[in-house]
Design a protein around this ligand. Structure first.
Ligand code: ADP
Ligand code: MG
Length: 257
């Protein structure tokens, strides 16, 4: 077995053409979602294969994986556009999943958010996609998937892809470059005017929810989040909230052009 990097350390492995990952209390809900995508014939998402002890086995999504700081293929216009298109495809394909109200009784890592429109991926960031050339062709790590409005997923995805991140390590370009990339994503997804108008406010709310979630998990003894807080990860999100508040009007104006 080969260790896969880019997520939790020493926890995710490649075995032949599959990936072996730790099970969580909500994994069975995620497996139903992956099986739904399979029935819909959606390409570029892992297929659920089996449960093996305390692990799940899913298929390996072929392609190059990337991380911050974004450069090369991940920083290309084509990557942002294809990421936006793939998210639209996943959201549309998930409508049939939430049409069956049983999702309400399933367990998810993140809270169900009304009005439920689609299944959100929950962490649709460059470090969770696979690229071939400059095109995003796949997405994995569905642990954070949960039922919510489309805009809730778009907010976090565009925050990560623009990226509206201020930390020197994560930052890419200046505000006009970030607005340009955000607009590419909005256009590729086919976001409405109303969604664009609400995007920055929703990003801020999504980031605050993330910081609250990290703190709550740490209080409950989750060692991963205790370490994240000790490393000051939440401070980056709070700085980015400030950045979005300061530049919100300019960002929205750019997205509406
Ligand atoms: N189904 C998959 N197909 C291809 N690569 C994967 C798949 N699942 C995980 N990986 C690789 O393993 C890394 C860590 O897995 P991930 O599921 O993202 O872990 P975590 O939940 O800790 O973020 C990813 O960044 C990616 O490189
Ligand atoms: Mg990941």
């Amino acid at each position: 077995m080969e260790i896969l990097s880019g997520g939790r350390e020493n926890a995710i492995f490649k075995r032949n053409d599959t990936v072996v990952r730790p099970l969580n209390s909500y994994s069975s809900s995620i497996h139903l979602l992956l099986q739904h995508f399979e029935k819909q014939g959606i390409e570029g998402v892992p297929r659920f294969v089996a449960i093996d002890g305390d692990n799940e086995v899913v298929t390996f999504v072929e392609g190059q994986t990337v991380n911050y700081p974004l450069s090369g293929a991940a920083a290309s216009d084509a990557a942002v556009k294809s990421a936006g298109k793939l998210l639209r495809c996943l959201h549309d394909a998930s409508v049939g999943f939430i049409a069956d109200a049983s999702y309400k009784y399933q367990q998810w890592m993140l809270p169900v958010r009304e009005p439920v429109e689609v299944m959100c991926h929950g962490d649709y960031a460059p470090y969770n996609v696979a690229l071939v050339g400059n095109e995003v062709v796949g997405i994995f790590d569905f642990d954070t998937a949960h039922p919510a409005p489309r805009l809730w997923d778009l907010a976090y995805a565009i925050y990560c892809w623009a990226p509206f991140k201020t930390h020197v390590y994560d930052k890419l370009g200046e505000l006009p470059d970030q607005i340009y990339r955000a607009k590419l994503f909005c256009d590729a997804y086919g976001m409405t005017k109303s969604q664009r108008q609400q995007l920055v406010a929703t990003m801020i709310e999504r980031l605050q929810a993330l910081v609250d979630f990290m703190k709550q998990q740490a209080t409950e003894g989750n060692t991963q989040f205790i370490a994240n807080l000790a490393d000051g990860h939440h401070l980056s999100y709070l700085a980015d909230i400030d950045y979005l508040q300061q530049n919100g009007k300019q960002i929205i104006a750019g997205l509406m052009e």
